[in-house]
Design a protein around this ligand. Structure first.
Ligand code: GAF
Length: 375
């Protein structure tokens, strides 16, 4: 991989080598969806598939940024009308290292974009890690993850949480991270279940969360908290809400559904940790199924393609369970499958998907890897 990256770099920037090369993985999330911006719990990990970011100072020639896989190159000045990836680059530099001079940047890798595996946060976190090396910054990876989440909120305008950035920065090979999004404490748990494999199937329905209903969901959660607070003043976010509180309070139906999903999804994170510790794939699978049903019916962030794949997977005898993953409105389904059934399972899902929608989904096999690192 490094050789290929350097070749691309030399093609665009000539003979000199980059000062730093960073690998920033994609994020998978086993369970705990949309709970992060409600200060709840999540259970993500880092994928083996990654974005690579190569950076050097470029005092002489000004900013030159290249998205290698898109064949897009920008000689940047503030008036340039940037595509979304360029806005992430610009925002990260402005927020973390506004005094750094012009940079040569090459972005490349094998992480699908718009598939719900957090490619934009991988870009931001990878760039932060590279900029830290170039500027000699001393922040911890936790601090950098918080910078990453600020880019999303303050520059791009997505009211997201901290899950993706913590997973991308801090993950540990073969483990998932149980992260408390209020206290920011985390611990690692082995995600190995005997005789099983986790796999992603990408609907190829691309989503840009900023153009979706994502921010409306964050807003609905805040509105629900506003009402719940009248009876329970100590409630700060939906993390503090219990089933008993919900049964006592009269919320408008829409807000009741959203709140119920978050309360139940938080509970499922704890139950999934327990299932992983007990090496219980049946329990893990039933939690995935329940999570998908909630995301579809209560939180309403799924789509026909995700629902179809999840339904086929959840009916398949050799699969324990499946659910849509990430922000929603497109992207991937995460499935837990018996190892010896994997081939047939993927065939069945692909054929059925093609019959219904007229194009093939993409199978994404992955291992759980480490967080950002220098290459
Ligand atoms: C996106 C956001 F960026 C995360 O913060 C999280 O809310 C996720 O959607 C849904 O769980 O990836």
């Amino acid at each position: 991989m490094k050789e290929q990256l350097l070749q691309k770099w030399h093609l665009h920037f000539g003979a000199s080598s980059p000062e730093v090369i960073v690998r920033a993985p994609g994020r998978v999330n086993f369970i705990g969806e949309h709970t992060d911006y409600n200060e709840g719990w999540v259970l993500p990990g880092a994928m083996s598939r990654s974005v690579y970011i190569l950076v050097s100072k470029n005092e002489k020639d000004g900013h030159r940024w290249v998205a290698g896989d898109l064949n897009e190159e920008y000689v940047y000045d503030a008036a340039t009308d940037l595509p979304l990836w360029g806005k992430y680059v610009e925002g990260t530099i402005q927020l973390y290292a506004p005094q750094t001079g012009p940079l040569k940047i090459l972005i490349s890798g094998d992480l699908p974009v718009g598939a719900g595996v957090s490619s934009s946060s991988s870009l931001v976190c990878g760039l932060l890690y590279a900029l830290q090396k170039i500027t000699g910054g001393k922040e911890t990876k936790d601090d950098l993850a918080l910078f990453g989440s600020r880019v999303e909120r303050e520059i791009i305008g997505l009211q997201g949480g901290i899950m993706d950035q913590f997973a991308i920065m801090l993950s540990r090979k073969n483990h998932v991270m149980m992260l408390d999004c209020r206290t920011r404490e985390y611990k690692f748990i082995s995600a190995d279940l005997p005789g099983c494999k986790w796999v992603l199937i990408n609907t190829k329905v691309k989503h840009k969360l900023i153009d979706s209903d994502y921010n409306n969901r964050a807003d609905e959660c805040l509105r629900a908290v506003g009402i719940i607070k009248r009876l329970y003043p100590k409630v700060e976010t939906l993390r503090d809400v219990t089933m008993d509180m919900l049964s006592e309070i009269h919320l408008p139906e829409l807000l009741r559904k959203r709140s119920l999903f978050i309360v139940e999804e938080n509970d499922r994170v704890h139950k999934m940790v327990d299932a992983l510790k007990k090496k219980d794939p049946k329990k893990a699978g039933s939690l995935l199924k329940a999570s998908h049903a909630g995301l579809r019916d209560q939180y309403e962030v799924s789509c026909a393609e995700l629902d179809h794949l999840a339904a086929v997977a959840n009916k398949y005898k050799g699969a324990y369970g499946a659910r849509m993953m990430g922000g929603g409105f497109g992207g991937c389904v995460l499935c837990l499958v018996k190892e010896e059934e994997m081939e047939e399972f993927l065939e069945e899902c692909s054929v059925s998907y093609f019959e219904k929608f007229g194009f093939d989904p993409e199978v994404i096999l992955f291992d759980l890897g480490n967080g950002v690192e220098y290459v």
